[in-house]
Write a protein that binds this ligand. Structure first.
Ligand SMILES: *Cc1c(COP(=O)(O)O)cnc(C)c1O
Length: 366
């Protein structure tokens, strides 16, 4: 049985009638940007997250960068980021003009290690950016403690964590959070998209300027800003998919539970261990092994698609060469980059497919 890493046709297949109708509605309306679909999606997504405001933008990268700019972050500032994350978390900081200051992860959750955050704070620090990597919430209570002690703001990178919760509260409800609607995310558009949710009305207002060439009123440009808007077609599709997101996240949890059960005690395989206070949404199901390449090859031979998130630690990527992050300076991030492997995961993976992945993984270690 072959199992693709992710089948993006499946969600469309499930919702074809509703998505086609939504697209048709926009196509025949003649209104393609900054219209009623965007407004409705923003209201619906804010309510779903438990926030007062949502400002949708062109991508998750933009959601992060514009949030930092709206917070007044710029040249000479520092932002604390995880050493182990997707490149975009760092690049949003760099594009704002600030410097990313990496903190190594807690190996169990693969998110910011709460015990290491405070040591990274300097007089230049403005913001802490926890990333809820793989859909597992970062330890927000610890982040909030440090932020409160030092007068810092928090910007959550929730690009992989739509609907995740910690201590019973949904990610996004506690402080300003940036989401991505890249097609493969838990809530994915048919192209690029992103959003910021926040309870801070002033910040939301500023974001509305920053996403729309600095303008509230046509041809009145109040700040220097580019164009980063979520179009009506994407907003209409996201509205349909949002109605299924809770159900889809539940299915991801069931898939993860089946993997955790089936893969117990296999070779040197390290399985993800959610923190007791966390309700992850399993954007990815990431295992670790020193024999990653071998496992990946054997699974591929059995027709099972896997990916590596991410094969190169951000500070070792060519883009950050010469930025003063020495090789070997973030050993945990470098080790994770060598050992992590993402197994097929998604709301449309059935039990037979999960069992096939489990069997092939067991076989690979036999
Ligand atoms: C996907 C992602 C982003 C960027 O989102 P885009 O919509 O692709 O720009 C940022 N951070 C993390 C952790 C992501 O997974």
């Amino acid at each position: 049985m072959s199992v693709p890493f992710l089948d993006l046709r499946a969600p469309y297949g499930e919702l074809r009638g509703e998505i086609d109708a939504a697209l048709q509605r926009v196509l025949s309306s003649g209104w393609y940007l900054m219209g009623p679909e965007l407004e409705a999606f923003e209201a619906e997504f804010a309510a779903w997250c438990g926030n007062a405001h949502c400002v949708a933008v062109g991508s998750g990268c933009d959601a992060l960068e514009l949030s930092l700019r709206a917070m007044g972050v710029g040249e000479g500032d520092e932002v604390i980021v995880p050493s182990h994350t997707f490149f975009a978390s760092w690049v949003a900081v760099s594009r704002s003009g600030a410097r990313p200051v990496p903190v190594e992860p807690d190996e169990r959750t693969c998110t910011l290690d709460p015990a290491r955050i405070e040591a990274a704070v300097t007089p230049r620090t403005k913001v802490i950016m926890p990333v809820h990597l793989y859909g597992h919430p970062a330890d927000l209570r610890a982040v909030e403690d440090v932020a409160a002690r030092h007068g810092l703001r928090i910007l959550q990178d929730a690009a992989q964590a739509h609907g995740a919760a910690e201590h019973g509260r949904r990610i996004g409800s506690r402080s300003t959070s940036a989401f991505s609607f890249y097609p493969g995310k838990n809530l994915g558009a048919l192209g690029d998209g992103g959003a910021v949710v926040t309870d801070d009305a002033e910040l939301a207002e500023r974001l509305r300027l920053l996403r729309n060439v600095g303008s509230r009123e046509k041809y009145v440009h109040e700040v220097v800003a580019a164009n980063s808007r979520l179009d009506e077609l994407q907003a209409a599709v996201l509205r349909v998919k949002l109605t299924r997101l809770d159900e889809w996240n539940e299915r991801r949890r069931a898939v993860a539970a089946r993997y955790l059960d089936g893969l117990k005690g296999v070779g040197d395989l390290v399985l993800p261990v959610p923190a007791p206070w966390a309700e992850p949404v399993w954007h990815l199901f990431v295992v670790r092994t020193a024999r990653r390449r071998e496992l990946q090859e054997r699974l591929a031979a059995a027709g099972i698609g896997t990916l590596v998130h991410y094969p190169v630690a951000v500070h070792r990527s060519p883009a950050y060469a010469g930025h003063g992050y020495a090789p070997g300076s973030l050993p945990l991030a470098e080790r994770l980059a060598d050992e992590v492997l993402s197994l097929p995961m998604g709301p449309h993976l059935d039990d037979d497919a999960v069992d096939a992945v489990v069997a092939a993984t067991r076989e690979a270690f036999a």
